[in-house]
Design a protein around this ligand. Structure first.
Ligand SMILES: [Zn+2]
Length: 301
């Protein structure tokens, strides 16, 4: 029982801290987007939720992810510099979580929304993330993905090739990784939290080991010049994604070793991870929570 108490206390703490997450030191406290030009036509917009990618061209704007609803006013403001919200033609959702899709309600009035089949299925009904004490009510028709796919989908627009690829059961059960061929860029969605332990949504199809496998597969598809956009955190490159992958494997091994000694989750949290991973604990997910996520994911195997 003591284990359970500690386990849930840990996530209660997260429930409190998650809505307040604003990238910590990375952002001004006001509701605005920090816009960074990655190429002549590709911009990174960092607001409160997941990182947004904006691709400009004569055929209109293409967006990857749309942040929280409370950021929609700021989104209209920043899009005005790039032709206006009414010029968005496609919005790709990397997965269903609200910090990536609540902006659908705004953008869906203008653009076609593209996502994996399971994203539409989930957004049609009430969803829950128990760990964060978060509920998502069904989305209105215009805010749902209207174009869905099961394995992969190519989108040709503005002289760019978007390869939208489903990597199953990583962060959720409906994750897309979006490759921009000409720009040599990849938007990882929440398969990648740059420089920090990730959240893995075990209740909604996520799996820690599968997530590591998926990242290994992405690493074979990109090169040293590829711009790597994480779902959360700072812009990265292939070596930083490889470090994240190493961290996943290393911490999974440590939790496996502790589990093999018969330790409870509370005992594992007491013992902690090795100092190798200390700096990864300073983001959204503290080490205790990461240990619990790995332990629970391994138990589900
Ligand atoms: Zn997410």
């Amino acid at each position: 029982m003591k284990v359970l108490v500690k386990f849930y206390f840990c996530f209660f703490f997260l429930a409190l801290s998650y809505p307040a997450y604003s990238g910590g030191d990375h952002h001004a406290p006001t509701k605005s987007f920090k816009s960074t030009a990655l190429t002549e036509s590709v911009y990174l917009l960092r607001g409160k939720g997941g990182n947004i990618l904006l691709v400009k061209g004569e055929q209109g704007l293409v967006m990857v992810d749309a942040d929280y609803k409370e950021m929609s006013e700021a989104l209209v403001f920043v899009l005005a510099e790039h032709g206006g919200v009414q010029t968005v033609t496609y919005l790709i959702n990397t997965h269903w979580h609200g910090d990536h899709t609540q902006g659908n309600e705004l953008i869906g009035r203008h653009a076609q929304i593209v996502a994996h089949d399971n994203v539409r299925t989930r957004l049609l009904t009430r969803q829950e993330i128990k760990l964060f004490n978060m509920v998502s009510e069904p989305y209105p028709e215009h805010a749902l993905p209207s174009l869905t796919y099961s394995k992969d989908l190519s989108l040709f627009i503005n002289g760019e090739t978007f390869e939208i690829v489903h990597f199953p059961n990583g962060h959720t059960d409906g994750d897309s990784v979006v490759f921009l061929k000409e720009a040599n860029l990849v938007h990882m969605g929440d398969h990648f939290f740059s420089g920090m332990f990730p959240f893995v949504d075990l209740d909604n199809g996520g799996d820690v080991l599968q997530m590591a496998d998926n990242i290994a597969a992405v690493l074979t598809r990109i090169d040293d010049d590829t711009i790597v956009v994480p779902g959360h955190g700072q812009l990265a490159d292939k070596s930083e994604l490889a470090n994240f992958h190493e961290m996943l494997l290393g911490t999974i091994d440590e939790v496996k070793a502790m589990a093999a000694q018969g330790m409870t989750v509370a005992e594992m949290q007491e013992e902690g991870l090795s100092l190798d991973w200390e700096e990864w604990a300073n983001g959204l997910i503290p080490a205790e929570a990461w240990i619990a996520i790995i332990a629970r994911s391994l138990q589900g195997e």
